[in-house]
Write a new protein. Structure first.
Length: 577
């Protein structure tokens, strides 16, 4: 974003926002990154300054205004018409005011020439620049373009209008043939309802949409940052038409209502391709649908953005560079394992390496990586796919999940014969992974000689940056934190008050907390001797393993999350987390 980081650093130094020590630490951190971030973004990442500090410094450097864009800020209707919302969101900019032959725009990055040229060509006006933070610009866009309000209002209008057309007999369950269903599914209100709901899901950063039919009504819920919340549902009489519409999009059998089905489709919004996986399940009051929203832009992220502490990330990247061995990611469904795996593949890929994956399902296609989908219906399992892959001269193999003994043994033999293998396992913590492998029948000597690293992870919600404020934690919570970090009494704790940007939850987005267990001789001896998971965990902590609880509390210290969030996904200290 910032072309002259040295000048920005000097301005921040002179204004007293940072000192020489922090500036040097940020420069060293920047030099260690695989994908180098601008110095200003590194300082923000380390928690030394805020995005507002950077915006003010950039305004001073360029000699342009800084705009606060407070709660009461509104664009003029003429300015809003000049710049489409898609352009405003793409470049993180907003129109401030038009005067004669010029328009002033407030930007996250006032050095973005493409954005300036786009506005100039759209408006045929001279462009003057101002600067503000990304968070404030997006909040202003949300408030002033009012698309979110339009979506909610449109959903409700569709439901209200259709309810007026229906009488009590229509609401009762009736038999409708396939042709009638197809006609209903293509009816304008049904199409608009599905389209608007998908748009709302993307806008709200939802990972799933749940359609749940009851006897006389339907519930629709979006999963945002791991939690489900209700949105406007269709009337029960329209529900079968909505289900049929989604089935048509997903190439599913609209006549089959007795058996579970799976499908997928894609749609485009804000110049992004969104992939949707659909699952149907027959229940007492109709078919339940769950739509998994897969945003291509949100999954492939830099490893620096996953939530790893600097020391852990350095060790992870060094282990990834080893030519052979196994790296396992553990945790329950929805803990972010897939994101971490894909980010690791993104880090590893190069023209000199043959990377092959076996997945169920392939969630995203990565350029430069060969990806394979298993198909149990034709006996193409993880194990059978792996046997063939080993004849394809791979350097790196990614296995979606180790589920059985055959897959585990083939993976370990691949690691022994010079391949780097990445995979996942369903266990609660890092040390449980070894017992799980032994339970499915893997010999301890194979485990000890092949595994390089086990990472357990969870996701916690991030405190909203816009409404963050300092709070005083209750003594009960402080006792838990002090049992891990005795110096926690000196920390500053943060919580979000709730604002439109975070939908009044106090949280926006999620980050990972990790448990990082690297194989060494002491751990190998315990595994080979079969001395139990309790001793293994105790010894790993003595050797420096930071537990998920401890890693979560570090993020509490930095003001990224709250104690409640960490304890919601990781048991408190007295349960040996």
């Amino acid at each position: 974003m910032f072309k002259n980081s040295e000048a920005i650093g000097k301005i921040l130094l002179n204004s007293g926002k940072i000192d020489e020590v922090k500036l040097t630490q940020a420069a060293e951190e920047q030099s260690r990154m695989q994908l180098r971030l601008p110095l200003g973004e590194v300082l923000i990442k380390l928690g030394y300054i805020t995005s507002e500090d950077i915006a003010i410094a950039l305004a001073k450097q360029l000699g342009i205004p800084y705009h606060e864009l407070g709660e009461g800020f509104k664009f003029g209707s003429e300015e809003v018409r000049l710049i489409p919302e898609t352009v405003a969101r793409k470049f993180h900019l907003a129109p401030l005011e038009r005067k004669k032959n010029a328009i002033t725009i407030v930007m996250k990055d006032p050095l973005n020439l493409e954005a300036i040229d786009t506005v100039r060509s759209l408006t045929n006006l001279e462009v003057h620049r101002a600067v503000s933070t990304e968070e404030k610009i997006l909040a202003a866009i949300n408030q002033c373009y009012r698309e979110e309000a339009h979506i909610d209002r449109s959903l409700k209008d569709i439901v209200d209008l259709e309810m007026e057309k229906l009488d009590e007999d229509d609401i009762a369950e009736s038999s409708v043939d396939v042709d009638q269903l197809r006609v209903l599914a293509n009816d304008v209100p049904v199409v608009r309802f599905v389209n608007l709901l998908l748009l709302k899901a993307v806008r709200d950063r939802a990972s799933d949409i749940h359609f749940e039919p009851a006897e006389s009504e339907v519930t629709v819920r979006l999963r945002v940052d791991g939690l489900l919340r209700e949105v406007t549902p269709p009337p029960k009489a329209l529900y079968q038409a909505v289900v049929t519409r989604i089935k048509i999009l997903s190439n599913m059998d609209i006549a089959e209502k007795r058996l579970p089905q799976d499908g997928r489709f894609k749609f485009k919004v804000y110049s992004r391709i969104i992939d949707v996986r659909v699952s149907s399940l027959p229940e007492a009051n109709g078919e339940k649908l769950v739509l998994r929203i897969l945003d291509h832009q949100s999954l492939i992220v830099n490893m620096e953005d996953l939530g790893f502490e600097t020391d852990t990330l350095d060790r992870f990247q060094k282990i990834l560079k080893r030519p052979h061995g196994i790296i396992l990611l553990t945790g329950p469904t929805g803990s972010g394992k897939t994101t971490t795996l894909y980010s690791a593949l993104n880090f590893l890929k190069s023209p000199e390496k043959n990377i092959q994956t076996v997945e169920d399902p392939i969630e995203y296609l990565i350029k430069g990586v060969n990806q394979m989908q298993i198909k149990p219906q034709i006996d193409l399992s993880f194990a059978s796919a792996l046997r063939s892959i080993l004849r394809q001269d791979p350097d790196i193999i990614m296995i979606g999940e180790i589920r059985d003994l055959d897959t585990a043994r083939i993976a370990m033999r691949a690691a022994l014969t010079g391949h780097l293998v990445l995979s996942t396992l369903h266990t609660n913590d890092a040390t449980s992974a070894f017992n799980r492998l032994i339970d499915i029948g893997v010999e301890p000597y194979l485990i000890a000689s092949t595994i390089n690293l086990v990472i357990a992870q969870r996701l916690v919600r991030v405190v909203c940056k816009r409404c963050k404020r300092e709070i005083t934690e209750p003594l009960s919570s402080m006792k838990m934190v002090k049992s891990v970090y005795p110096e926690a009494g000196k920390w500053k704790f943060c919580m979000g008050e709730g604002c439109p940007e975070c939908r009044y939850t106090g949280y926006k987005g999620r980050t990972g907390i990790f448990e990082f267990l690297e194989m060494n001789e002491a751990i190998k001896d315990i595994i080979l001797d079969g001395r139990g998971e309790g001793l293994l965990r105790k010894r790993a902590i003595e050797l420096g393993m930071r537990t998920m609880l401890a890693d979560g509390f570090l993020k509490v210290k930095k003001g990224q999350t709250s104690i409640e969030e960490v304890l919601a996904v990781c048991p408190p200290p007295d349960i040996n987390c």
